[in-house]
Design a protein around this ligand. Structure first.
Ligand code: HEM
Length: 449
């Protein structure tokens, strides 16, 4: 369904700001990786304690802004967004942009006060909650009927709702009742983070299903029993599979057993990917020439790799080793770059209607190969560190870090290639989309004259 272009300004603005945040995040990521290779460099003005939150918050907001822009656009294309309030949407955008700018400035000026991943002063969470509430209100207002909606609609709605819920939950530590007991506090903290990622995945995977429908021109899958079955499995995991985050905490054993059992239901999704592999290859060959589809295929391959690592990490005996090592970082970055970012590129390519380009295709391969090297170097560094952590005869920390140096160098170099590729693809997509939009506007003016 064609959408009047003025309705698309705010959703597209969300996408454009998302790209700016990606560039900011990549710059800080590279500085952080340089600090792995040359410990202590830039320590005075830009210590790792400052660079890490600057990197992590920028890239997390790249994903969140990208997901919001995509859901708002696809909701209009889906045809339910006629009741949107544009002033609410504008307000939501302004609140988010100002708050994220304030968050990055607070880090730059050394003003912290929050917890890991949300290290900014807690009062900045208030406008984020307000902005997210506006998103939820606008989404619900836009719906004329809940009947007979496809699976992606439910994924968007539950994703928006659970993000708000888990974000609020991650701030329970500000109340003494929760903060007084460290075990209770940490359990809630890690539970909320695990589920929050599941919530933004609902927004992104839902958009992925919408795009698959759009490319294939049929709604058969998004209304099928299998799609709803997988959706409920994902929702179940979102709510209960966070146990592997707290294996090292002395909480009640049954909580860990239940969540371990729930994590293993993901094996079903894993099996399904393998089962569908052959037919997905045939489909990929059919549509691979479409730029957006190409990024979706890459995300599919990264789901497979990330899930393989995640399933290993959910085995308690293995988790004991991997906890606190670079394997966890490999898992997080593999998922946020390989799955989330690849899908966001697929959506951006579709929404910005960036024409296919040979250069984007070349960079696509460079990005994926460098990401694989980047990911493997972190895993190997993590294996070394876990052996060191668990060994009976303790070697000095410095010796262990020196042993990791070659892997950090590979991580840094592949990171430079990866970051260059991500920037090149983003710039090419934005530029080609602007060129195309200007050309069609000129055509329109010429026709009117
Ligand atoms: C779209 C691109 C990227 C995304 C979405 C991303 C995401 C993340 C996330 C979520 C973390 C937190 C990991 C954790 O706590 O487990 C992280 C950490 C980090 N990332 Fe990235 N990243 C990206 C690109 C890069 C690049 C290109 C580099 C540079 C080579 C880089 C270097 C780092 C470093 C050094 C850390 C800190 C790891 C630590 O705490 O030891 N990232 N990244």
């Amino acid at each position: 369904m064609m959408v009047p272009s003025h309705n698309n300004i705010i959703p597209k603005s969300f996408l454009l700001v998302a790209f700016v945040l990606l560039f900011t995040g990549l710059s800080f990521g590279l500085i952080g990786a340089l600090q792995y290779v040359m410990p202590g460099i830039l320590k005075d003005g830009f210590s790792f304690q400052k660079v890490r939150p600057l990197h992590v918050s920028s890239v997390v907001f790249w994903i969140i802004f990208g997901a919001i822009g995509t859901v708002l656009t696809y909701l209009q294309e889906h045809g339910t967004a006629k009741n949107y309030s544009h002033s609410l949407l504008k307000l939501q955008f302004v609140i988010f942009v100002i708050t994220v700018a304030a968050i990055l400035i607070s880090y730059l000026t050394g003003n912290f006060g929050g917890r890991e991943y949300w290290e900014f002063p807690p009062y900045l969470a208030i406008p984020l909650i307000a902005g997210w509430l506006l998103f939820l209100i606008n989404f619900i207002r836009s719906v004329s009927s809940f009947k007979n909606q496809p699976v992606y609609f439910w994924m968007w709605l539950t994703g928006i709702f659970f993000f708000l819920f888990t974000f609020l939950e991650s701030y329970l530590w500000i109340f003494p009742f929760f903060a007084e007991n460290i075990i209770k506090d940490m359990t809630i903290q890690w539970k909320s983070y695990g589920s929050m990622v599941g919530s933004w995945n609902m927004l992104i995977y839902g958009s992925g299903i919408f795009l698959m429908d759009k490319i294939s021109g049929s709604k058969d899958y998004s209304k099928s029993k299998m799609a709803f079955g997988l959706y409920f499995l994902g929702l179940f995991n979102l709510m209960f599979n966070w146990g592997h985050h707290i294996y090292t905490l002395p909480t009640a054993a049954f909580v860990k057993y239940i969540s371990y059992a729930v994590s293993m239901t993901e094996l079903f999704i894993f099996g399904k990917i393998i089962y569908d592999w052959k037919s997905s290859i045939t489909t990929a060959q059919k549509y691979f020439n479409r730029q957006s589809y190409m990024f979706m295929v890459a995300a599919d391959a990264w789901v497979f790799l990330t899930l393989s690592l995640a399933i290993c990490m959910s085995v308690p005996a293995i988790n004991l080793y991997t906890h606190g090592t670079h394997i966890t970082v490999a898992h997080t970055m593999g998922a946020t770059i390989g799955i989330n970012s690849m899908l966001l590129f697929a959506f951006a390519s579709d929404i910005l209607t960036a024409p296919s380009s040979k250069f984007i295709r070349i960079w696509f391969w460079i990005i994926n190969i460098s990401l694989f090297v980047f990911w493997i170097s972190l895993i190997i560094a993590g294996v070394y560190k876990s052996i060191w952590q668990m060994s009976a005869v303790q070697q000095p920390f410095g010796n262990m870090m020196r042993g990791l140096h070659p892997f950090f160098v590979i991580f840094f170099i592949s990171g430079i290639v990866l970051a260059t590729g991500l920037v090149a693809v983003s710039v090419l997509m934005i530029k080609r989309s602007f060129v195309r939009a200007t050309a069609s506007r000129n055509d329109l003016i010429a026709n009117v004259q």
